[in-house]
Unconditional design. Structure first.
Length: 493
């Protein structure tokens, strides 16, 4: 049985790949482009990793699998006020994953680093959770359980989510950590291919996205925060991480046989970030979101106003306790978001709230339809208060955008921020409407897809144009019909 190897490069951008392939910097991707199939891959709406990778693994749209962002408002029924906000994870993704169908057909699968797979489920093969998982040591991070200890002993200090502590001035150590983390991902892939060989291997590498978020300003001379001096020093940071990933890919190719198939893809692309829209701050100013007036909320408000959160993390770094504190990805995001929790909100008086990153607004209470219509109308007019330019390219109703069994749980209003130059946050205590954190890059909707191997794979790979078609393609490559009503099992071809 020939092997199928899938490498996910989180956030690898089609335009950057094209440019750097053209300049001869990415010889292994260049080979896929030359000998296989290659092209842009449209992401999901929103084009954020949990949503996009859920679509990758299920072949379904968000309305069908039920993952709409990093956070889930936990509700007993759609449109009710949530009891809490929590990070999204595997149980929130409600469709069958392509590897489950492969396992049913008797194929073994090794799935490593795919976001939203925590806690991992038993599979025929092995599995290591990806983004949104707490850490390799936690139960549910690896299947079989002993694999976590084996990885530590045989591969090294592999981390599910890289530390990613970036702040201005820390470029060198940040990049060192990112490269070290990526190196370990390559080493783990190599180790598993050699010692735990499966019919299908999937690895997602995260550092491409991470470095783009933090280092974009240095290579982009038009970025509002570009500084020619630091720009010169770090202009090559993103290319370096792409080259590193390309080299690791080349190493893995040496472990492939002549009949094997290699697929490379990303969940979205990348581009500059010009500002972060604090949508909850706007909703609060407009009277849609009402916060409680308790001690906790006063404290959070003051903490945000005086930069307490940032000072705290700076102090933690200074005294070297940030490693020891090791906040989870979710906790770090909650910190950065100004601690907004469901208990901060006066639900009796609130009509709408937002859950960050891209502009997703949930509407609650009576007169929902009226609130949605109002929001669609006035959000269109939002302008960047500093630059004076429009921030919003389009506003859609969730009901028009999402279809399927879980569409009821989708955000009610979805913003399309202009040219994807802005992101949204869920800060409710931010003093300003538009802010700029440490990130200078964000997501664009165009990722990349490439395949190299058997003629059938390459031929049908040309039809893969958006993320929801990838699962069907992968099933076809291993000879399983993507139609679930067809008899299961490798087809005779
Ligand atoms: Zn991503």
């Amino acid at each position: 049985m020939p092997m199928l190897l899938v490498i996910g490069l989180d956030g690898a951008s089609y335009d950057l790949c094209e440019r750097w392939i053209g300049e001869g910097h990415l010889p292994n991707l260049e080979r896929i482009k030359r000998e296989g199939c290659w092209g842009p891959l449209q992401s999901t709406t929103p084009s954020v990793s949990p949503v996009a990778w859920s679509t990758f693994m299920t072949g379904k749209d968000p309305g069908e699998h039920g993952v709409f962002g990093f956070f889930v408002p936990e509700r007993s029924a759609p449109h009710l006020p949530p009891t809490r906000f929590r990070p999204v994870n595997a149980p929130d993704c409600h469709s069958q994953r392509f590897w489950e169908r492969m396992n049913e057909a008797g194929l073994s699968t090794g799935i490593v680093g795919v976001p939203v797979t925590y806690p991992v489920q038993p599979v025929r093969g092995h599995m290591v959770a990806g983004l949104m998982a707490p850490g390799l040591r936690s139960p549910g991070a690896a299947y079989p359980r002993e694999l976590a200890a084996e990885i530590k002993a045989k591969v090294g200090p592999y981390q599910i989510v890289p530390p990613g502590t970036y702040y201005p001035g820390a470029e060198e150590s940040f990049l060192q950590q990112a490269h070290a983390a990526l190196e370990l991902r390559g080493r783990l892939a190599s180790y598993l291919l050699a010692h735990h060989r499966c019919d299908v291997h999937v690895f997602v590498w995260y550092e491409t996205d991470l470095v783009q978020h933090k280092m974009w300003q240095f290579m982009d001379r038009k970025h509002p925060r570009h500084n020619p001096v630091t720009g010169k020093r770090w202009a090559g940071a993103i290319l370096d991480i792409y080259q590193h990933a390309d080299a690791l890919l080349g190493n893995l190719c040496e472990q492939l046989g002549p009949g094997d198939t290699l697929v490379v893809l990303s969940d979205h692309g990348a581009g500059p970030l010009h500002g972060t829209l604090h949508l909850n701050t706007w909703l609060r100013e407009q009277g849609y979101l009402v916060l409680r007036q308790g001690y906790q909320q006063q404290l959070k408000r003051a903490a945000n106003r005086y930069g307490f959160v940032q000072h705290c993390s700076a102090l933690a770094r200074l005294f070297g306790v940030s490693r020891w504190m090791r906040p989870s990805q979710g906790a770090r995001r909650a910190l950065a978001s100004g601690f907004l929790s469901a208990s901060d909100i006066d639900w009796a008086a609130t009509r709408a709230y937002s859950l960050g990153f891209e502009g997703a607004i949930y509407v609650v209470g009576e007169r929902r339809e009226q609130t949605i219509a109002e929001l669609v109308g006035c959000l269109q007019e939002l302008r960047d208060p500093t630059a004076g330019e429009p921030m919003v390219q389009g506003v859609q109703r969730g009901a028009d955008l999402y279809h399927g069994d879980y569409a009821n749980y989708a955000p009610d209003v979805v913003l399309h921020l202009r040219d994807h130059l802005y992101s949204a946050s869920q800060k409710a205590f931010a003093p300003k409407l538009v802010g700029m954190g440490v990130d200078s890059g964000t997501h664009q909707p165009e990722g990349v897809f490439g395949a190299l191997g058997c003629a059938r794979a390459v031929r049908s790979g040309h039809e893969v144009v958006d993320l929801s078609t990838v699962a069907r393609f992968l099933l076809e490559v291993v000879g399983i019909s993507s139609d679930p009503t067809c008899p299961k099992g490798p087809a005779s071809s």
